[in-house]
Design a protein around this ligand. Structure first.
Ligand SMILES: [Zn+2]
Length: 139
């Protein structure tokens, strides 16, 4: 089935999945943050690794990582992707994520990374992580 696709077609399909995936996870987090009454985030950050959300007043950045593209180990999607092109690309993404987290922390940011699967399964747990970082005054 998948083998009928040329590599160009497959890359195109994959890039479509990626762009849709990102915005849907970000939109999902926005929806739960609004419900929880969390405010004050900025988007389109120029910071290291381009965090999805930045809370400048609280020195806090939030990344929402799609399980597939960021090589989530729990979902095991990375392991299934053993093809020559996407396998290394995904492990490269995961490595870059870890480096960006380290750099941001070294620069004094609190870094929260939320997996797509956590957001789906336990949105309130994700909200709690953010609330702990941004402090009781926003509760
Ligand atoms: Zn996952």
């Amino acid at each position: 089935m998948a083998d009928n696709l040329t590599s160009e077609q497959r890359s195109y399909n994959m890039s479509r999945i990626r762009s849709r995936g990102n915005s849907s996870t970000e939109q999902a987090l926005i929806a739960v943050m609004r419900t929880a009454g969390i405010r004050g985030w900025r988007r389109k950050s120029k910071l290291c690794g381009k965090p999805d959300f930045v809370f400048p007043r609280f020195n806090t950045v939030v990344f929402v990582d799609g399980c597939y593209w960021h090589g989530c180990r729990k979902c095991g999607l990375g392991a299934k992707t053993n093809n020559e092109y996407w396998g290394p690309k995904i492990s490269g993404n995961a490595k870059r994520d870890r480096r960006n987290t380290r750099e941001l922390r070294a620069a004094g940011w609190k870094v929260i990374r939320i997996w797509e699967h956590e957001l789906k399964a336990a949105p309130m747990k994700c909200i709690r992580k953010i609330m702990i970082a941004i402090g009781p005054e926003e509760l």
